[in-house]
Design a protein around this ligand. Structure first.
Ligand SMILES: NC(=O)c1ccc[n+]([C@@H]2O[C@H](COP(=O)([O-])OP(=O)(O)OC[C@H]3O[C@@H](n4cnc5c(N)ncnc54)[C@H](OP(=O)(O)O)[C@@H]3O)[C@@H](O)[C@H]2O)c1
Length: 332
């Protein structure tokens, strides 16, 4: 099979032929139609991720057709259109993942390939309203956004929601989820066009986080927010604390902008704020996310589609933050 392999860190992925994998007991072989990029792939290639293993096919998101099943798996799955839950071995606690938790696409071979082998418990039916590109765009970002917004952020209809860095893959899902339950949504971005896209998708307003006073403008026009969902951190994190309503919740799932330099504790305790960390999601989050996406007929925003042979160009596109939504890799 053809696959994009991490041969060494700080080097482009190498697209090459590998032997076709075989499913073992309780596993299935999936012939992939499409995969999608996540910031994690970039962190790994840049050598900025814990426990890097080389010689591995990267890629956490994929959609395709079950081609073969291993022992103990029903043969009726062959030919089914499926997506993959990339969060493996979450463990028994809903509150947080176990030490065994890992993400598909390092150390296990991932989805930037014609075939992938996956334990059957992580295989779910592809939502019928999605095409292959949209289906591949859903799993990792979709579940991260679901847990951050609902399980951790407890967003409710009519709440005011702020989503930071709206060009990001997870952020676009948070916006769509918020709009779907009729929360009032504001966004931040470095680009006016992205704010306009967000408004077309149902955001009420948007603010450019590269402008120093964006948080004051938000407070004046949109008002203090009940829930902020952030994947950027960085120096602007303090402004997120400033825009929270008393008792508000700030959910963070990433640090694209770096670790915040200060932590204004007095504002946090006096205004009874909650700062909550969130990472991917449990199998229950994944199932609830799929159910929500199916019921609300949410269609992931696909920014651009690249062939597997152009995976380095796709990664560069993400690195330059040119995207709005998910970057998809067409496999076949
Ligand atoms: N914990 C988890 O389970 C989990 C899961 C998925 C992702 N993540 C992390 O979450 C982050 C986002 O990942 P992603 O794949 O969704 O996004 P992405 O596609 O990598 O996009 C990142 C976006 O971040 C925004 N951004 C950059 N610097 C910013 C800043 N200083 N302030 C506000 N926004 C900023 C940009 O938005 P604009 O273009 O609009 O300016 C950019 O488009 C990454 O750090 C990733 O590692 C964590």
């Amino acid at each position: 099979m053809r696959a994009a392999v991490l041969e060494a860190v700080k080097q482009p992925l190498v697209v090459k032929e590998l032997p076709d994998p075989k499913p073992g007991p309780n596993e299935v072989l999936i012939e992939l139609k499409a995969a999608a990029l996540n910031r994690r792939d970039l962190w790994i290639i840049e050598g900025m991720y814990p426990g890097i293993v080389t010689g591995v096919v990267l890629g956490s998101d994929g959609a395709g057709i079950v081609a073969e099943v291993g022992e103990e798996v029903s043969g009726r799955l062959v030919g089914q259109e499926v997506i993959i839950n990339p969060g493996w071995d979450w463990g028994r606690e809903e509150r947080a993942q176990s030490d065994a938790f890992r993400i598909l696409g390092m150390p296990d071979h991932g989805t930037f390939a014609e075939y992938v082998v996956v334990p059957v418990e992580y295989v779910y039916p592809k939502p019928a309203h999605l095409n292959w590109h949209e289906a591949a765009a859903l799993p990792l970002a979709g579940v991260t956004a679901y847990r951050a917004t609902f399980t951790q952020g407890q967003l409710a209809p009519a709440d005011k929601l702020l989503v930071t860095g709206i060009g990001g893959g997870v952020a676009t899902f948070v916006l769509q989820y918020g709009v779907a339950i009729e929360a009032e949504v504001a966004v931040t971005s470095s680009a006016e066009e992205k704010i306009e896209r967000a408004v077309q998708l149902g955001a009420k307003s948007g603010y450019n986080y590269t402008e120093k006073d964006w948080s004051r403008a938000l407070l004046e026009e949109f008002g203090a927010v009940d829930v902020a969902v952030d994947g950027a951190g960085g120096p602007g994190f303090v402004q997120l604390i400033d825009v929270l309503a008393p008792g508000g919740r700030l959910v963070n799932y990433g640090v694209t902008g770096g670790v915040p330099p200060v932590c204004p504790l007095p504002k946090i305790f006096w205004r009874q704020l909650r700062i909550i960390g969130s990472t991917m999601g449990s199998p229950r989050d994944f199932e609830r996310m799929l159910d929500f996406v199916n019921r609300q007929r949410i269609r992931p925003i696909v920014d651009r589609v690249f062939p597997l042979t152009e995976i380095s160009a796709a990664l560069e596109h993400m690195k330059r933050a040119l995207q709005f939504g998910k970057i998809v890799i067409e496999i076949q």
